[in-house]
Design a binder for this molecule. Structure first.
Ligand SMILES: Nc1ncnc2c1ncn2[C@@H]1O[C@H](COP(=O)(O)OP(=O)(O)OP(=O)(O)O)[C@@H](O)[C@H]1O
Ligand SMILES: [Mg+2]
Length: 298
C-alpha cells in the first residue's frame, strides 16, 4: 500500500500581508518541508513577526493563501507552538517556573490550585524535554535569561505541536547562552521531528543548526540554503542597497559598506525597562517592538 504523501509544514502561496495600508510582504511564495529548522532573518521591520502572526491567523492575508500542514490558517491551531517576541514582565514574577509553564497548559489562568493529573503529566513531559525539571522548582525571578528561555520553550511544546514559531528567542542573551538555546531547540526539534521557524537578528548563532534560511526584506522573501540566500545579489535585492557578504573562520558577516548589519539592527527588548505586566498567552495583541532603532555599532 502506498502512503499518502504528507503535506508540507508550510505553504505560502503568492501571499501579500498588509499592515496600516503598507505591504509588509508582497506576493511572496515559499514552501517549508516537515522537520526543517528554518532561520528567519531580516532587518527590523522586515516582517518576521508579522509573518508568524499571519501563520497563527492573527494577521489576515491581503491576497494569496497560507496553508499549514495542508490546511487553511486558523486561530488557535493546536499544531502550532508560538513563542512571541515580546516577553514583558517575566523577570519580575515570583511565580515558580513549573507554575509558569502550567499556566499555559490550563488556559493560563492565575493561581489555579488544583491541576488535573493530565495537565501535570503534560507539564512534566515538556519540562523533561527541555531538561528543566530542576529549574522549574525555582521562581522565574531568580532565573537567568537563558534559563527562562528554556521554560518558555517548554511552554510552547505543550500539546505536542508540529510547528514551532519562535520569535527572537535569543534577544538579550549573551553569545554562550545563545548557542545553548539554539542547540536545545535543535535537539528537541530532532527528537520530536517537528518543524521550527526561528527568527533572529544574527545568523551566526544559528549556522550550525539551521537547515535553510528564510530572509525577509523590502516586502520580499528568499528561502534557501545559507549559500543560496546569504549572497551578495540576493541580499542586495532584499535590502535594496549594495550588501557584501564576508566569511571569516566559519562565521558570516553581512555588511552594508563597512557596517555590519546584524549589529546595526540588534534589538534589545526584554529587560528591566518594561514595568507593566500582563498575562501572556499564545496570542499577543501587540506586534510592535520597534522602538529601538538606534545603532549599536561600536
Ligand atoms: N499593527 C500594526 N499596524 C501598522 N503597522 C504595523 C503594525 N504592526 C507592525 N507594523 C509594521 O509592520 C512592519 C513589520 O513589522 P514586524 O514586527 O513584522 O517586523 P520584524 O521583522 O519582526 O521586526 P523586528 O526585527 O524589529 O522584530 C514594521 O514596519 C512595523 O512597524
Ligand atoms: Mg519581530
Amino acid at each position: 500500500m502506498m502512503n499518502t504523501p504528507q503535506p508540507p509544514a508550510l505553504e505560502v502561496d503568492r501571499v501579500t500581508l498588509e499592515l496600516g495600508g503598507r505591504a509588509i510582504l508582497n506576493d511572496a511564495s515559499f514552501t517549508v518541508g516537515n522537520g526543517e529548522f528554518i532561520g528567519v532573518l531580516g532587518p527590523n521591520g522586515a516582517g518576521k513577526t508579522t509573518l508568524m502572526r499571519a501563520l497563527l491567523g492573527l494577521v489576515p492575508v491581503a491576497s494569496g493563501a497560507i496553508r499549514v500542514h495542508g490546511e487553511a490558517v486558523m486561530r488557535g491551531n493546536p499544531f502550532i507552538g508560538y513563542m512571541p517576541q515580546i516577553r514583558t514582565g517575566l523577570a519580575n514574577r515570583r511565580v515558580l517556573g513549573r507554575d509558569f509553564v502550567a499556566m499555559a497548559a490550563d488556559g493560563h489562568r492565575w493561581g489555579v490550585p488544583h491541576r488535573s493529573a493530565r495537565v501535570r503529566a503534560e507539564v512534566d513531559r515538556v519540562l523533561s524535554l527541555v531538561g528543566a525539571e530542576q529549574l522549574a522548582k525555582r521562581p522565574l525571578s531568580e532565573l537567568s535569561g537563558g534559563e527562562r528561555q528554556r521554560l518558555l520553550l517548554a511552554q510552547c511544546l505543550l500539546g505536542d505541536p508540529h510547528l514551532l514559531l519562535l520569535d527572537e528567542p535569543l534577544i538579550s542573551l549573551d553569545p554562550r547562552h545563545q548557542t545553548g538555546v539554539v542547540e536545545l531547540v535543535r535537539r528537541v526539534q530532532r527528537e520530536l521531528n517537528i518543524t521550527v521557524l526561528f527568527s533572529a537578528h544574527e545568523l551566526n548563532p544559528l549556522l550550525n543548526s539551521l537547515d535553510r534560511v528564510l530572509y525577509l526584506g523590502n516586502g520580499r522573501a528568499a528561502l534557501g540554503t545559507v549559500d543560496e540566500v546569504i549572497s551578495k545579489p540576493v541580499l542586495s535585492k532584499l535590502y535594496g542597497s549594495p550588501i557584501d557578504v564576508m566569511r571569516v573562520n566559519g562565521r558570516i558577516f553581512v555588511m552594508s559598506g563597512d557596517v555590519e548589519i546584524d549589529k546595526l539592527d540588534h534589538a534589545h527588548e526584554e529587560g528591566g525597562e518594561h514595568e507593566h505586566e500582563h498575562d501572556h498567552g499564545h496570542e499577543h495583541a501587540h506586534g510592535h517592538g520597534h522602538g529601538h532603532h538606534h545603532s549599536h555599532a561600536k
